[in-house]
Design a protein around this ligand. Structure first.
Ligand SMILES: [Fe+2]
Length: 324
């Protein structure tokens, strides 16, 4: 897929406008002036800034967002989904559609493209999936990747053993058809070339890579273009695990921390471990964009690539990345 700025601008303006005008959809982007009332909507965003130097003839910039966690639901959807949506809406602040709308508005004014690295929805409802279709558009595409929450079905009694890779993959497979029909890109791996840079979005929602992904990624390397790998879960390092624990568990001092078990999930899976090792020596890899942690962090991944983790879009977070 080759994306140009006109595609994005047309989609962002047309998509958002359509959403606002469609009464059958939830009230996308309803504004609540109680959040920083004296600031304009785009001034409420928390935008971090990064720079990736590649040596491009023409610079451009992108807005990277992740983890919007939409919790929209129609009244006529099953009661358990309506109840769950109310609970999760409180968890994520209830302003996720507003945050997404404002982020896209900011992007139209300030950058050339938008990359969303997953968890756009919190769980599958018709209303959430309708918003996804509207935001991404039927034919034109923003750059996007799956998050683990795109696969959340929340069917009563359907328990998932998150300690089993095989079970997680089986659970993920149940949603593949629905998600492939909803998102207008290849949800397994998508290449989008922007001004000579190959943005490769990869679905590794549980933090693991399959042999098929490795094979397809190698084909991308053979194109010879600089690569930005976009995916939901970061490749964990001890530093990122510590940062994550600070966010999710309060009152934790550095000296008490042990990053071992969480990292070992990825490190013990041989395909993922070997893929990470190969990537670290891949000179075409110029950066990795991820989310999942709901906090903003960065860490060196390889001699040629930093890994950037962006904070939750549900908290109005995003990051602009300048490519030169
Ligand atoms: Fe998330």
């Amino acid at each position: 897929m080759n994306l140009n700025r006109r595609d994005f601008l047309g989609l962002a303006a047309g998509g958002a406008g359509t959403i606002v005008a469609t009464s059958a959809l939830p009230a996308f982007g309803k504004d609540d002036p109680s959040l920083f009332p004296k600031r304009g909507v785009v001034e409420r965003l928390a935008i971090a800034y990064h720079h990736i130097h590649i040596g491009l003839p023409q610079p451009f910039s992108v807005l990277h967002i992740s983890d919007t966690h939409l919790t929209a639901v129609y009244d006529d959807e099953p009661e358990y989904l309506v109840t769950f949506a109310k609970k999760r809406s409180k968890t994520f602040g209830g302003r996720q559609e507003e945050a997404l709308r404002d982020s896209l508005a900011w992007a139209r004014m300030n950058v050339d493209y938008v990359i969303h690295t997953g968890d756009l929805i919190d769980f599958q409802t018709r209303a959430n999936l309708d918003i996804v279709k509207k935001v991404f558009g039927e034919e034109k595409a923003l750059v996007g990747s799956m998050g683990n929450h795109e696969f959340q079905r929340r069917i009563p009694g359907e328990k998932v053993d998150e300690s089993s890779i095989a079970t997680l993959r089986q659970y993920g497979a149940l949603s593949m058809k629905l998600l492939a029909e909803t998102f207008p890109f290849d949800i397994s791996l998508q290449s989008t070339v922007i001004k000579g840079v190959n943005f490769v979005t990869m679905n590794q929602v549980c933090g693991f890579v399959t042999e098929k992904h490795v094979e397809r990624f190698r084909a991308e390397v053979r194109k010879g273009l600089p690569i930005i790998l976009c995916m939901h879960c970061p490749f964990f390092t001890e530093e990122l695990v510590r940062a994550s624990r600070k966010y999710w568990q309060f009152n934790r001092k550095f000296a008490h921390d042990n990053a071992g078990p969480m990292c070992s999930w990825q490190w013990k899976d041989p395909v993922t471990r070997d893929f990470i090792a190969c990537l670290k020596s891949e000179p075409l890899l110029k950066g990795i964009l991820t989310g999942h942690m709901h906090l903003t962090a960065s860490d060196r991944f390889s001699p040629t690539a930093m890994q950037y983790i962006v904070g939750g879009n549900f908290m109005f977070h995003g990051e602009e990345i300048l490519f030169t």
